[in-house]
Design a binder for this molecule. Sequence first.
Ligand code: HEM
Length: 378
Amino acid sequence: MADKPKTPKSPANPSESQQSPTHLTNRQGHPITNNQSQRTVGSRGPATLENYQFLEKITHFDRERIPERVVHARGFVCYGELEATGKIGDEPASKYTRAKLFSQAGKKTPLAIRFSTVIGGRDSSEVARDPRGFAVKFYTEDGNWDLVGNNLAVFFIRDAIKFPDVIHSLKPDPVTFRQEPNRIFDFMSQTPESMHMLTHLFSPRGIPASYRHMEGFGVNTYKMVNAEGNTVLVKYHFHPRCGVASLTAEEAAKVQGQDLGSASKDLYEAIERGEYPQWDMYVQIMEDHDHPELDWDPLDDTKIWTEKDFPLRHVGVMTLNRNVEDHFNENEQIAMGTGVLVDGLDFSDDKMLVGRTFSYSDTQRHRVGTNYLQLPVN
Ligand code: HEM
């Protein structure tokens, strides 16, 4: 098994610089001899309230969870790196972007990735017929770049104001608290642009066999900017080197009958074995101007760009090689968003992106808290 590379950790995290104590302490580092008994006045009580250790333990427990994500609540994080080719297809990357992470052959950028399901809660099945999140946080020398994508190339809607409606149609009914087909039909039947993604979702690819065996797509249209300030439109793709594999509904029923967390387990164990999953990363490029020759809008995320006309151009290889040490800190509190871009990469005028960019940091200030950007993983 190869050495596990290091991804950045905050030097401000005191737990990394201190030796693990050999005795039990409270969170202030004070030794405690007993954390199993309340202090009482006499052997039968009453209990005292000046017992700091008791207060600390209970008050932390009372607050230990944060709200689960409104979507993509169940997910799994690991770390790795992107090794750039220095090129975009056959051309130097600098022709299209000044973003440093793509600039040189062999340049390695550390990253965290969070795979997820979309609709189920924090402990729900990982073999649901549901899109999968494919969200990458690149720790570049110019700051973080988040590419918050999915395993399906298109999305249900093209207007951000519909997002609460599409999600509510798929989430549990407010009365029965079950996913109700009528609610899904009600929304989708009145939203014809959802048919493309629905077709993928109900195709044989609708239930990925694991997080290692699926593609990733940025879905929305972004831009690249070169040193001269010239821009192109761009779509991002990831292809798994171990191939795409899916489950039938019958196979999925058997898997979830045994284990709701099968995809997290598969990924965690593969990395622990040293079997590091890899994806080839590609972009599609289009000139950044009006395209009257196309009978579809390149900024519409319910459409794909045909690979025949806009070929995939290789830009690098992503390898995942390290598991988290603390699920809560590194998974529950990781915060990704489409507004997190670096020099040389930009938004397009795709109107979904504006809605998404507002929504991610807004929910994270609520879900994780005002100081979420001070957490080492972010
Ligand atoms: C306007 C449409 C959209 C809105 C308003 C929206 C909003 C959100 C929100 C509020 C979250 C929870 C974030 C958190 O709690 O940290 C989220 C998560 C996520 N969204 Fe979206 N979303 C939209 C469209 C999309 C699309 C088109 C994709 C795929 C390209 C996508 C992929 C994801 C992923 C992968 C996550 C999970 C991120 C993680 O693992 O932490 N979303 N979205």
